[in-house]
Design a protein around this ligand. Structure first.
Ligand code: ADP
Length: 789
């Protein structure tokens, strides 16, 4: 796909990267982009796998899909190898099987194909977004946000859900019946990954930064918080599920362990019953032994052979052999195995423990006559049994009777001379007659116990803990390399006839798959879906807000401009009006001077009206000019003596004060940061009003100032007519008067001017008043100069 580095938008990326991109040659930038995407993909993939539900890799969210999309959006299509490499590495990590060349090739092939799927998916998402939404994009329009998330997320995720699951199916990893479900979980994971992660990446890196940056707190924080919460709940729920599954499994294995223990106990009891049989008769004949043990075989299928092994001192060997031949075993002799494993006549030794009676005969022919004392493993068990008086098992042995891997154990029960309390080792050694010995076939014995259980759920292994490597394995498939380390294996021990067996139950993958609960997956998927919806909603909201803010900014700017223009106009107009007005004024005065009394009475009156009108208009224009001048200048405020400003104002009011016989007093006033002439105007207007709006009595006016933390609070108090409460806001607006011109002259600009002056200085103006008794106007000025005035 043709693409150049220039039409991509990496500028707002990490500041360091930005510099690098400027200084590096373009091929190096390209490699850098690839490496960045691959690394981010790999890391987020590893993190994503932590949220998978074992067994298998059904993840409810696959964040790398969001990385891939954002990566190609920022760096352009040509950075695609980064996506492929990231995906390849993650998937090789999941399924690498180094057993054979074939399995290696298979792992590599799976990882490559999924990588291709991931790459195509991201490219499709970028193409759709560029084509139908446009990128870079502020995403501040509902339509854009929804299109962006839908095209980049759910829609483009069809690609790898199909390619990825198809790959696993083609390689025989996913069986056909599981296709639909696997597709669905794959698709959900990818889509949620994009919906969750892409907005976050955009917030931190996309342009225009002004819009995206604002979303850090309004969108990113809630999204990350909800995401963390969803993951936390998932971890808790899935931990609970794991424990539940494990505890169910453990309970089952406990039941099995008890059944095994009981069954093996029964096998030991067989030997004890033989012991009782011997104890009750002085001499047991071969045919009696045969009859007695027959009933055992049906009940206990694990019995390979039950035998009577007398203790034969070397002197009695010939007699025993002769007696057995008389019983019908023509070739009977004591035997042992030679170094090559062949049965040969037993070499002379002090004492023999031959298999003398053995049932059933068929299948055990070769064992008859075999001297157990000739074999170290067996002899060890025999000696221990003899010394302890207890049934004693051997480690695992290859049974003599069978060929091939027939693991069995022998359990030996010693029999002592009658009527003898054999309670010391010496006494036992002395009075030993022989042993009742059972040869038990492990597989048949254990299988008989397990036969009612569903054995496809677990694999049982039994090992003898104290035995050497040879005799350790008693039951179950041999341990595979690396297996058995899983935490799910339940281990217990059983004490069997003086030996300790280690039992390990490993649940099969099928069992775990059947037990797998989708509750945690659902919790996470629902949480993330909510998160995605919330993200969309927040993007829409912030998009709208930023659009409105933009609008407000433009409008305010327009408003400020038109305000300034208006002021300019008022200033110019008033200024230019003064000249013709002065002309009208002077000619009217001329007219009055020359023709007063020479025209008729009406003409004199009209001239009087004209003069009055001209004077009022001049006053109005002067006031308006003063008002519109307040914003002009903008020079820095300097420390000004309020006393001096007050004195200047009083000088201007000298005539009014004299005419009204007003008393004006003032406290000492502080220096303030103010424009001196404006401060003077302020005093002049307030004191002028205080005198103008007088009551019957002569006006008394008092001016004072007090420090209130960072402000100076000034007050101008009078004893005039006062102001009704409902007018206390209104009178500060321009042209607002409460009286006719006939009652009190004025233009209604004075207080508006005062308010403007005070506000220009960063202060406020207000009043308190009691109608009929007087008013006090307050205004405050800051103690320190305000910036930007
Ligand atoms: P003007 O003095 O030209 O009427 P101002 O803006 O100065 O206009 O005042 C607005 C109105 O506020 C006045 O018309 C008057 O009704 C009222 N006012 C102002 N100062 C006082 C005062 N000290 N006592 C009573 N009323 C006042």
């Amino acid at each position: 796909m043709p693409d150049t580095i220039n039409n991509t938008t990496p500028p707002a990326f990490l500041p360091g990267l930005e510099n690098l991109q400027r200084t590096l040659p373009s091929w190096a930038v390209w490699l850098l982009h690839i490496a960045l995407i691959a690394a981010a993909y790999w890391i987020s993939g590893k993190l994503g796998l932590l949220l998978a539900i074992p067994p298998g890799y059904a993840t409810a969210v696959w964040p790398p899909s969001g990385i891939a999309l954002a990566g190609l959006l920022f760096f352009g299509y040509r950075a695609w190898p980064g996506v492929w490499l990231g995906s390849f590495l993650v998937n090789v990590g999941i399924s690498f099987d180094a057993n054979t060349t074939e399995t290696i090739l298979k792992s590599l092939s799976i990882a490559s194909c999924i990588g291709v799927g991931a790459t195509l998916q991201a490219a499709a998402g970028v193409w759709l977004i560029r084509r139908y939404v446009g990128f870079p994009n502020a995403l501040d329009q509902e339509r854009d946000i929804i299109r962006f998330l839908f095209l980049g997320g759910p829609l483009s995720c069809f690609v790898n859900a199909t390619i990825g699951v198809g790959t696993l199916w083609a390689h025989g990893i996913i069986p056909t019946p599981a296709l639909a479900f696997s597709w669905w979980t794959w698709w959900t994971g990818d889509a949620l990954g994009i919906l969750t992660l892409t907005p976050l990446i955009l917030i931190f890196f996309a342009t225009p930064r002004a819009v995206w940056q604002q979303r850090r707190y309004t969108v990113a924080v809630p999204l990350v918080a909800i995401f963390a919460l969803a993951v936390l709940v998932f971890v808790l729920v899935s931990g609970n599920e794991q424990r539940r599954i494990e505890s169910i499994f453990e309970q089952r294995t406990q039941a099995l362990t008890r059944a095994l223990d009981e069954s093996l106990g029964n096998y030991v009891q067989i030997l004890q019953s033989i012991e009782s049989f011997y104890a009750s008769s002085s001499k047991v004949e071969r045919h009696q032994f045969h009859t007695y043990v027959q009933r055992m075989f049906d009940k206990y299928p694990g019995i390979q052979a039950l035998s009577w092994n007398p203790r034969v001192p070397t002197a009695e060997r010939a007699a025993y052999e002769a007696a057995a031949r008389r019983d019908g075993h023509a070739s009977f002799q004591f035997t042992e195995r030679d170094a090559g494993g062949r049965l040969v006549r037993a070499a002379p030794r002090a004492e023999y423990v031959p298999v003398y009676f053995s049932e059933p005969y068929v299948g055990n022919e070769v064992a008859l006559g075999f001297d157990l004392a000739s074999n170290a493993v067996r002899l060890a068990a025999l000696s221990r049994a003899r010394d302890t008086g207890q049934p004693t098992a051997t480690a695992g042995v290859r049974l003599v009777q069978k060929t091939g891997q027939q693991t069995g154990i022998l359990i030996c029960l010693p029999l002592y001379a009658q009527n003898l309390t054999a309670d010391t080792v010496t006494a036992r050694r002395h009075s030993l007659r022989g042993y009742a010995i059972g040869a038990f076939h492990m597989a048949t014995m254990v299988d008989a116990v397990l036969k009612n259980q569903d054995q496809s759920d677990w694999v049982l292994r039994i090992e003898d803990t104290a035995a050497t490597a040879d005799g350790a394995h008693l039951y179950g498939p041999p341990l595979e390399a690396g297996a058995g380390t899983s935490a799910r294996v339940v281990r217990t021990t059983l004490d069997i006839a003086g030996r300790q067996w280690a039992l390990s139950f490993t649940p099969t993958p099928d069992y775990l798959a059947a037990q797998r609960s989708w509750a945690p997956w659902l919790v996470l998927a629902a949480g993330l879906l909510f998160n995605a919806l919330l993200g969309t909603f927040l993007l829409v909201l912030t998009g709208r807000t930023s659009r409105i803010e933009q609008l407000v900014k433009t409008r305010t700017a327009e408003l400020a401009r038109s305000n300034a223009e208006l002021e300019q106009f008022a200033y110019v107009a008033s200024h230019d009006l003064k000249e013709p007005l002065r002309m009208v004024g002077s000619f009217t005065e001329l007219l009055a001077r020359r023709y007063q009394g020479k025209l008729d009475k009406d003409a004199d009156e009209y001239i009087g009206f004209m003069l009055d009108g001209v004077r009022r208009m001049q006053q109005l224009i002067n006031d308006l000019l003063a008002y519109s001048r307040i914003t002009r200048g903008g020079q820095a405020l300097t420390l000004t003596a309020a006393d001096a400003a007050l004195a200047a104002a009083l000088a201007n009011l000298k005539q009014a004060i004299g005419e009204s016989a007003a008393t004006v007093s003032a406290d000492p006033l502080p220096p303030v940061y103010a424009n001196a002439s404006q401060l003077m105007q302020l005093f002049q207007n307030l004191i002028g009003n205080a005198i103008k709006f007088r009551a019957e009595a002569a006006p008394v006016v008092h001016i004072s100032a007090q420090r209130r933390s960072e402000q100076w609070l000034f007050s101008v108090q009078d004893n005039g007519i006062g102001i009704e409460p409902q007018y206390r806001e209104r009178i500060f607006a321009i042209f607002q008067r409460l009286h006719t011109r006939e009652a009190y002259p004025g233009t209604g600009i004075g207080l508006a001017l005062c308010k403007r002056i005070v506000e220009q200085h960063g202060g406020k103006i207000w009043l308190e008043s009691e109608p009929g008794r007087g008013s006090t106007f307050f205004f405050n000025l800051p103690v320190k100069p305000k910036e930007n005035l």
